[in-house]
Design a protein around this ligand. Structure first.
Ligand code: SF4
Length: 447
């Protein structure tokens, strides 16, 4: 037991951290931060007064790159000592040419290199009082939900995407590893696990679905086996980035039984067979509309979220009309839509004639208007129902939470009035009274 009186009178080295990009990048940030905290570094939200800044960048779209570069510039101005990591680190010259003064640049998932660069610039100070890190690691997400990354990289080669080049081919974590991390998170108070990867339904393909020992049994590194094992932990389990391979049908009964949340995040990206072919999307040939109908028959309150790209090179008016028609029929709950942006190095850029910006703009508006009506209609159906809501934030009169249909940060909210104060992380039963464009409003009727 260390003696407090013996504590050296030296301040811990302080690191400020900027995490940009997708949930997958956030998980990388959490790993780096956990490691640094374990070594006695202190974290700060302010660049000024910190000894060093780490910027975890996103390099997916030009706009994300611009945001990353601006964050690096800002960190240099406010602090001066900056280490850059993340997706943009895969192209170090794009950073060093703009900012030759950055101390080090490392690529995505290179936790060791980031930590090494920090050691070099700011050596760790051993302090037994600071070296105590909670066993579940440090979460940048609120304590009641956490992202669970099940694999890195991707074996697909979608023509608009450079992620496989940046992050490499699929590397799955053994199932027991994932399950142990999930258990630790749950033991630490996490109530909702958000399963992420580049292609969740391809989980385990690279390790031939190898089984590994968790508790007293073997669990295969297979999408359905992992989903069902996670479902035993007694918390909400939300599946993101699932491609509609045929075996995805197997997870629907688990959703109907609430072992995992009745929520599927499937990035469809388009509906025109020609465009999908040129995009080289995985599982593009599956008859998705028929399958959606079947899924809903089996699990009527299934929420489907997706993202789409309009203005992909060579997209014709006819392709776009197919997409709108498909959208009407699919009647998805939550949808994001991006105007195609040529990403440097993506094969799609030279595949066909670019769609003029004004056409992209028009199509985006039409798409959004169409979907808006669908989403509003689907939300309205919830008025009068009772929904389980996980509370994210509490205010003096109204708390903000999310139903099973809402993932954090990307979907809507439920505003909850309550006779008794609610606590962050608790799951309340809420009677839904009103719906607006994106959100629901209601009163807590059960705790
Ligand atoms: S599935 Fe396609 S879009 Fe997603 S990471 Fe892999 S290559 Fe990129």
């Amino acid at each position: 037991m260390p003696d407090p009186a013996a504590k050296p009178d030296t301040a811990a080295p302080k690191v400020s951290f900027v995490s940009l990009g997708c949930p997958k990048a956030l998980v990388d940030s959490e790993r780096i931060v956990t490691r640094l905290r374990a070594e006695g570094y202190e974290l700060s939200r302010q660049h000024q007064g910190s000894d060093l800044v780490i910027v975890n960048t996103c390099g997916f779209l030009d706009s994300a790159k611009a945001e990353s570069l601006a964050a690096i510039g800002n960190a240099l101005k406010e602090n001066g000592k900056v280490i850059v990591t993340g997706c943009m680190g895969a192209e170090p010259e794009s950073i060093s040419s703009a900012y030759p003064d950055v101390l080090a640049i490392t690529g995505p998932q290179q936790y060791e290199s980031v930590v090494e660069a920090v050691h070099k610039a700011l050596p760790p100070q051993h302090d037994p009082f600071l070296d105590l890190v909670p066993p579940e690691g440090i979460k940048l997400t609120p304590r009641h939900y956490a992202y669970l990354k099940i694999s890195e990289g991707c074996n697909n080669r979608c023509t608009f995407c450079i992620i496989p080049r940046l992050r490499g081919d699929l590397v799955s974590r053994p199932a027991a590893d994932v399950m142990r991390e999930a258990e630790k998170l749950v033991a630490a108070g996490v109530k909702e696990l958000l399963v992420i990867s580049q292609d969740t339904s391809a989980y385990g393909l690279d390790i031939k679905y190898a089984a590994s020992k968790w508790r007293d049994r073997e669990v295969r590194a297979k999408f359905i086996d992992l989903a069902s094992a996670l479902g035993e932990l007694g918390v909400w389990v939300r599946l993101h980035y699932v491609y509609p391979y045929p075996h995805v049908d197997e997870v629907i009964p688990l959703m109907a039984d609430r072992a995992v949340l009745p929520y599927l995040d499937i990035p469809f990206q388009h509906a025109s067979p020609d465009v999908l072919k040129r995009m080289r999307r995985p599982a593009a040939q599956e008859k998705t509309l028929e399958r959606i109908t079947r899924w809903r028959d089996q699990c009527p309150d299934l929420t489907l979220r997706s993202t789409f790209i309009v203005g992909f090179p060579g997209e014709t008016d006819a392709d776009f009309e197919i997409l709108l028609q498909w959208l009407e029929e699919a009647s998805l709950d939550r949808v994001g839509c991006f105007k195609y942006e040529p990403v440097k190095g993506a094969a799609a850029n030279d595949m066909a004639a670019p769609v003029p910006n004004e056409v992209k703009e028009q199509r985006w508006h039409r798409f959004m208007q169409t979907q808006q009506k669908i989403s509003t209609r689907r939300l309205k159906r919830k008025i009068g129902t009772r929904q389980k809501v996980i509370i994210d934030e509490v205010g003096p009169t109204v708390a903000k939470g999310r139903s099973m249909a809402d993932a954090p940060e990307i979907d809507g909210l439920v505003y909850v009035g309550s006779r008794r104060p609610l606590r962050v992380g608790e799951i309340a039963t809420v009677r839904i009274e009103r719906a607006d464009e994106y959100d629901l409003h209601g009163s807590a009727v059960g705790f």
